[in-house]
Write a new protein. Structure first.
Length: 567
């Protein structure tokens, strides 16, 4: 049989095909099975590492100051690290652990990889990474063990809610009532408005914002979008009335005020409230971070001050103060610096500010002695910059809000008072300092002209730390930072600094004799009015949330949430 025939016979013979194919494919099958086992084991190992790192990140975020030690303990418990070896020894074996503390922002405006920023001065998040060689069982001799790397980021959403300039604890003497009417554009008498019925009434911030959204027909969107919109001041007051309940005493008073508020007064909510990360939440979201409560009368004063951004309230003959012949008061309120409000919710670094304020007060005093029967004018110009409060330290044990503490650094705004004349245009031009000329105190035709000027400043370049605990929240505790240079009585300080210039008309021969007598008569007539003028100034500042050389701070609530995975 030839070779050709043997080959044809071999090709036609089907006996033993299965054994032949099996022997050829068996190594491939065994190799694939080994690869699948190794791959499955690597996947299982990675899952175990990821679970351990997730727990370590959550545990570390609960105390960022001790993040490294907390991470090591969690990984030892998960059997990812050898308890008997240090991290340096483990690194020599190829096991590397990374722990980074930083700040986390959950806003949708940032991509996921941009939300964690390492190295923040006020960390509230921790990122943990773990890299180690994987285990191979069948391919160990062919390939080196591959590295498995996993990471996790966890953040603790501890927050504090606080405000600056909470001064309306009382409405005394009628001045504050009248000023509130002026700022709100209300022409009715103070007694009709019933501001005193709002003292002690408070309201939840979340309920107020939800009610405001309903009034503005905003059923979707976030709180930040709500506060970025402009709305009528009357809508805000009506929302507060709806939450208080129209049948309650405070609710009825608020409803009455809402109906009388000037129609042209409008404001943006972010001038009042700064919600931080909570602002990204959808309207109507239930969260412990917004359960803080604020005083209704304080809200009313702050909102009225900021309406229209620059709002002037003029008070004239309707303001009667016993002991003074006449009183005229004008106030101009400017916006606080951008990016802050009167009330804020946030972590360390959050800042709240009051509005800027200019005040012009003209009082008329009865003269004595040589000036008997003559009215003495005393024009006072006062300017106060924004007071600031900054959350510098926050301890908020997860799940234990009763153990929360906060330190808030406060700095009173610079206050400057002058005796002098300021025109209407200069008073309202908040972008530039006004020109203050010497005041004409007395002018008697063809007899005497007396002018005067004085300048007193109270300022603080340093911050004062104010400590708060969870017990201060329900108690409504207010702590105050004061300037060291602030005078106990501003008006008395001005009068002590008063430089008087007397000009006698047509009486040149008697100048040397009468000039000191007239100056003495002016000082004698003005001395008793210092406490009266201080009362007017203090009441005006209280309504607008400011004080002379002081900054009041109040903590409204804490949000102590457990750390959660965020990436």
């Amino acid at each position: 049989m030839g070779l050709r025939q043997l080959l044809k016979r071999f090709c036609r013979d089907e006996g033993g095909n299965f054994a032949l194919l099996f022997s050829i494919t068996l190594p491939v099958i065994i190799g694939t099975a080994a690869l699948m086992v190794d791959e499955a084991m690597l996947h299982h190992e990675r899952r175990a590492m990821q679970a351990a790192v997730d727990l370590a990140a959550i545990h570390a975020a609960g105390d960022p100051a001790n993040a490294a030690e907390r991470t090591r303990l969690a990984l030892v418990d998960a059997r990812q690290l050898d308890a008997g070896r240090s991290l340096a020894e483990m690194a020599a074996l190829g096991v590397r652990v990374g722990v980074e503390t930083g700040a986390y922002s959950g806003t949708d405006a940032l991509a996921a990889h941009q939300r964690f920023v390492a190295g923040s001065a006020s960390p509230d998040a921790v990122r943990v990474t773990l890299r180690r060689p994987g285990s191979l069982y069948f391919y160990r001799s062919l390939f080196g063990p591959p590295d498995i790397a996993v990471s996790a980021t966890a953040a603790a959403s501890a927050r504090a809610a606080f405000s600056v300039g909470s001064r309306l604890a009382s409405l005394e003497g009628g001045v504050a009532n009248t000023l509130l009417n002026g700022l709100l554009g209300i022409s009715a008498s103070a007694g009709v408005m019933g501001y005193d019925r709002l003292l002690g009434a408070d309201i939840a911030v979340a309920d107020l914002l939800d009610a405001l959204a309903g009034r503005l027909s905003l059923s979707a969107g976030t709180y930040d979008q709500l506060l970025a919109s402009e709305f009528a001041l009357s809508d805000l007051v009506s929302a507060a009335a709806a939450v208080l309940g129209r049948n309650s005493e405070a609710g009825a008073a608020t409803t009455n005020i809402a109906g009388a508020v000037g129609a042209g007064l409008r404001l943006r909510g972010n001038r009042l409230f700064g919600l931080g990360l909570l602002g990204a939440l959808g309207i109507g979201t239930e969260t412990a971070g917004l359960d803080a409560r604020i005083g209704v009368i304080e809200l009313l004063g702050a909102a009225a001050s900021l309406a229209n951004g620059r709002n002037q309230a003029s008070l004239g003959v309707s303001l009667q103060v016993p002991g003074l012949l006449g009183t005229s008061l004008a106030i101009v309120v400017g916006e606080p610096p951008q990016g802050s409000g009167w009330f804020g919710v946030g972590r360390e670094g959050t800042i709240v500010r009051t509005a800027q304020l200019r005040l012009r007060l003209l009082v008329t005093v009865a003269g004595t002695g040589l000036l008997q029967g003559t009215g003495i004018r005393l024009p006072i110009y006062l300017e106060a910059a924004s007071a600031e409060a900054r959350l510098t330290d926050l301890s908020c044990p997860p799940g234990r809000p009763q153990g929360a503490t906060a330190v808030i650094a406060a700095r009173p705004g610079i206050a400057r008072a002058q005796i002098g004349e300021v025109g209407d245009a200069a008073l309202t031009a908040m972008a530039s300092p006004p020109s203050v000329s010497a005041a004409q105190l007395v002018s008697v035709v063809n007899a005497v002209r007396i002018t005067g000027s004085a300048d007193v400043a109270a300022q603080s370049e340093s911050w004062t730390n104010l400590a708060f605990t969870a017990a201060d929240v329900p108690a409504g505790t207010i702590r105050t930072a004061s300037t060291r240079t602030a005078a106990q009585s501003l008006t008395a300080s001005l009068l002590e600094d008063l430089d008087v210039e007397v000009t006698l008309l047509g009486l040149n021969l008697l100048n040397g004799l009468l000039r000191p007598a007239y100056e003495s008569a002016v000082r004698l007539a003005l001395a008793p009015v210092a406490p009266l003028v201080d009362g007017i100034l203090n009441a005006a500042f209280d309504v607008t949330g400011l004080s002379l050389g002081e900054a009041d701070v109040r903590v409204h609530g804490f949000g102590c949430r457990h750390a959660v995975l965020v990436q």
